[in-house]
Design a binder for this molecule. Structure first.
Ligand code: ZN
Length: 145
């Protein structure tokens, strides 16, 4: 049971809009990844049969995000989390120093390496250049702000 802002008590799986019992179903849901809408075809969620409100439980939301990141990674043929870590380690960079070279926020690389977020296609290409093009890392180091 949970209380709404107005103080009414709802059953756990009652629609927050109209109070009807919601049903679990699988269907298409969209989630933004790096600013792009990604459609997950079979996302588990609760849906109100009366007003069509959709509610995600915490686990539903986590799975939806993981699926969306996977679809995005596959769509652009991105390096995996492990591949990013191995490139960074090969060049003796910390997560923070690689983030600085790429002008990214301090936690970005750890989020990529943990699979909690995914790099854009442009950043993927820069990582491949560091890996494959000798001199790229030195070039970035020369231009770091
Ligand atoms: Zn409803």
């Amino acid at each position: 049971m949970r209380a709404t802002e107005r103080g009414a008590i709802l059953r756990d799986e009652a629609c927050p809009v109209c109070g009807t019992a919601m049903r679990e179903r699988k269907g298409r849901l969209k989630l933004a990844v790096n600013g792009e809408e990604i459609t997950v075809p079979d996302a588990t969620h609760l849906r109100c049969s009366r007003c069509r409100e959709v509610v995600l439980r915490v686990d539903d939301a986590r799975r939806l995000r993981q699926r969306a990141l996977g679809i995005y990674r596959e769509k652009y043929g991105l390096l995996s989390a492990d591949e990013i870590r191995s490139i960074r380690e090969r060049f003796g960079l910390t997560q923070a120093s690689l983030a600085r070279l790429l002008r990214l926020g301090g936690n970005t690389i750890s989020r990529w390496e943990a699979g909690r977020n995914v790099q854009t296609g442009v950043m993927d290409m820069v990582l491949r250049m560091i890996r494959d093009l000798p001199g790229s890392l030195e070039y970035l180091k020369k231009h770091v702000a």
